[in-house]
Design a protein around this ligand. Structure first.
Ligand SMILES: [Zn+2]
Length: 278
């Protein structure tokens, strides 16, 4: 399937805080999202940041968010603007697949009214009622969600669906997102409650695996370069995160044809020549 990777804004923090072996200097962490060309049109995988995050951070507990994570996003960098630049005549946005309910993934949802939004049932159950300090702690900003989202949500259970033949061994517990065997959602526990990843066949015969925040950067896969301990404070389940990273390491060893895309990785963004990540 045809696919593209984009950046919708970024944030900065000390590299050494995020990754073992990282430098003690500020590093840019882009808020990446993807678009996959399905039989229904372009499906977005997350939406990155949008300027409405900055507005929402002017009141209440969320004033603390930019102090921890300085966000940079302009109106021309949003998912909807990025998509406008590639949509050809007659092409449509088929919907959004949301890997998890974090501000840097959900901020663009309001720019895509009416389309269906696929998300994990567990992720939604854990996020839907969060308000105030609890929402900040969980990095989910309720004001970013469209009011009619509950009617548009297509909740996914990754249980007993039959995996298509191209799905790598060991990843058959998942959900057939469109019901046609082209998009396979899998649980990636640890980073956020109910986080999902999305797999699909690549144009060159391999498999693309959008792992989103299961690892922030591709170098977490290197031996000795996992997340450093401060990441624990923004991680839902630290042990599950390490188990997930171990599974991803094994997958890379066994299946080098599976291309993993973390959503805050500048190296990946540069390799794929993502606009704004030069
Ligand atoms: Zn996240």
């Amino acid at each position: 399937m045809n696919w593209r990777l984009f950046a919708a804004g970024s944030c900065r923090h000390l590299e050494a805080v995020a990754v073992k072996g990282g430098a003690w200097r500020q590093a840019v962490f882009p808020a990446l999202f993807a678009a996959v060309k399905t039989s229904r049109g372009w499906l977005l995988v997350d939406t990155g940041y949008a300027p409405r995050v900055l507005e929402a951070c002017r009141s209440g507990w969320w004033r603390l968010y930019p102090l921890m994570l300085p966000v940079k996003v302009g109106p021309e960098e949003t998912a909807v603007r990025r998509m406008q630049s590639i949509l050809e005549k007659g092409e449509e946005i088929a919907g959004v697949f949301l890997t998890h309910f974090h501000a840097d993934h959900e901020a663009g949802l309001k720019d895509f009214p009416r389309v269906p939004v696929w998300a994990g049932r567990e992720a939604w159950a854990a996020s839907r009622d969060l308000r105030g300090f609890a929402s900040l702690k969980a990095a989910h900003l309720p004001g970013l969600l469209p009011e009619d989202l509950p009617e548009r949500l297509r909740l996914l259970d990754c249980s007993d669906a039959k995996a298509p033949g191209w799905v790598p061994e060991g990843w058959s517990a998942g959900s057939d997102v469109l019901g046609d065997g082209t998009l396979w959602a899998v649980p990636l526990p640890g980073h956020a409650p109910g986080q999902l990843g999305l797999m699909f066949p690549d144009v060159d015969g391999g498999v693309v695996f959008m792992v989103a925040d299961a690892m922030w950067r591709i170098d977490w896969l290197e031996e000795g370069h996992g997340p450093r301990w401060p990441v624990r404070f923004v991680t839902h389940d630290w042990r599950a995160l390490h188990e997930t990273i171990a599974r991803l390491r094994a997958l890379r060893r066994d299946r080098p044809d599976v291309r993993m895309i973390p959503f805050h990785c500048m190296k990946t963004a540069r390799e794929l020549q993502v606009e704004g990540c030069g």
